[in-house]
Ligand binder design. Structure first.
Ligand code: CMC
Length: 437
């Protein structure tokens, strides 16, 4: 059972001279909402809210986000502190279980991750039939839904629900990492590298990505730490587009794999997780065309251009995205430590500087979001651009799983089924084909 918001009074809605009382709710961070769930029964009215800008779809105890103040907390812990002091796997446990693991719980979780890291060999065959240039997100989503055929869901163990959750979570976390690395190897035309039992989550991923039978690879500790941080930054973000997709699809009671596959597809979009690939392509293109930042800013402001400054703006953040702040510092630190001088970082900083001084961006409160600086660190790791969103998906997975569990443990949840305002033609008479004009 998730904690429920307190009812602190009623809001009044006046329509056609008639007044309706609607419950006024308040969450633990004093966020207030009008509960309209009975509005249609009471009045015949529905609400209209394109893009769900003002619509809460659930009550949730997982992530708190204050877009005005730039606050992001997972289960009450500031993302800054988690990024600095913990590892991705620990954060995954936190999101799913609601508490940080102790040593014994962490050991058990890590052991399960190791145990579940392999893919069924029949599944490994699937990769062979994708075209060389297949986007890894297409492969990832298809492979994740295929997992349901190979690893059916556990029936809920009433005796030991935590063990059940751990097995389900680690199986998906571990296998997604293997699938991601295999999809890269497939696109590179190289043989798969299997997971190693002696490596931790992030080092294991880097090893599967970059080692090969002819060139052994030692994951650099700076990159291992950086990957941990980046995955933590993406681990959850309350009711964003992909998480809402997971919840909406999950509300029909499909299995977890199918719901997560839906989340992966939503994440792929350039307005969402796909923006990190777009940012890198944009920076590269600015570089290749002489580095004219002003021209790009002007283009982003021109509504007729169809172009947006990728990695800028956010539905919820109306100040600097706290994840972008960490990602920017991380990028600087990683490039410094590795002695890399990336001209695209200079272009990114120049773009930010110009945008943040420009009235268009100031008045609309458009700041760099998480996708603006993360790609430059992935690039320093050697990750190709089309794998960036895959890394976002690996990072977001614990959030999707936690939200899926929360959905299924919330007795108030119903199948997701919005309404609409019909604006089509009224009833008309059917005319047989021969008589039609
Ligand atoms: N470049 C230029 N103008 C922008 C941008 C941008 N990146 N983002 C928003 N605007 C303008 C937009 O044209 C609109 O102007 P006006 O009020 O004159 O019509 C105003 O700002 C509000 O934009 P919106 O599209 O109504 O805002 P939204 O909340 O629906 O969209 C967004 C949020 C993230 C989709 C949008 O800011 C965007 O397209 N950004 C670029 C893509 C991007 O970086 N996405 C990653 C988001 S963070 C990772 C994640 O969690 O998904």
């Amino acid at each position: 059972m998730i904690p429920q918001a307190a009812k602190i009074g009623d809001a009044k809605l006046l329509v056609d001279g008639k007044s309706y009382d609607l419950p006024l709710l308040e969450g633990t961070e004093k966020e207030r909402a009008i509960d309209i769930s009975r509005l249609r029964d009471q009045s015949g009215l529905i609400t209209l809210d394109y893009g769900f800008k003002n619509t809460g779809s659930c009550q949730s105890a997982i992530t708190f986000l204050d877009g005005e103040q730039g606050i992001l907390r997972y289960r009450g812990y500031p993302v800054e502190e988690l990024a600095e002091k913990s590892r991705f796997v620990e954060v995954a446990y936190l999101l799913v279980h609601g508490k940080l693991p102790n040593v014994r719980e962490n050991d058990r979780f890590s052991q399960l991750l190791t145990q579940h890291s392999m893919l069924h060999e029949d599944m490994a065959q699937f990769f062979k039939n994708y075209p060389e240039n297949a986007h890894p997100m297409a492969i990832l989503s298809a492979m994740v839904v295929s997992l349901s055929a190979f690893y059916p869901e556990l029936s809920q163990d009433q005796q030991n629900p935590d063990e059940d959750i751990d097995i389900t979570t680690t199986r998906l976390l571990s296998k997604l990492r293997t699938i991601a690395a295999f999809s890269y190897k497939k696109s590179a035309g190289e043989p798969f590298v299997y997971p190693r039992h002696d490596l931790k989550y992030c080092a294991n991923f880097l090893n599967m990505m970059f080692s090969s039978p002819v060139s052994p690879y030692e994951p650099h500790p700076v990159l291992v730490k950086a990957l941990n941080v980046l995955l933590i930054l993406h681990a959850d973000h309350e009711q964003n587009c992909s998480t809402s997709a997971v919840r909406l699809v999950g509300s029909a009671k499909v299995n977890l794999y199918a719901a997560v596959a839906a989340g992966i597809c939503a994440l792929w979009g350039p307005l969402h997780g796909g923006a990190n690939q777009e940012v890198m392509e944009m920076l590269q293109s600015i570089h290749d065309h002489g580095g004219d930042v002003e021209k790009v800013i002007a283009q982003a402001k021109d509504k007729n251009s169809g172009f947006r400054l990728m990695g800028f703006g956010h539905r919820v953040y109306k100040t600097y995205d706290p994840r972008a702040k960490i990602a920017k510092q991380l990028c600087d630190a990683v490039l410094n430590k590795l002695g890399i001088n990336d001209p695209l970082l200079d272009i990114a900083k120049k773009l930010e500087e110009h945008a943040l001084k420009d009235d268009y961006f100031i008045s609309r409160k458009l700041y760099p979001n998480v996708d603006f600086y993360t790609g430059l660190t992935y690039r320093a790791m050697g990750v190709p651009t089309n794998m960036f969103t895959v890394l976002f998906a690996i990072g977001r997975l614990p959030g999707w799983i936690a939200q899926w569990y929360e959905l299924h443990n919330d007795p108030a949840q119903k199948i997701g089924r919005p309404r609409q305002i019909y604006t089509g033609v009224n009833q008309q008479k059917f005319v047989p084909m021969a008589e039609r004009a």
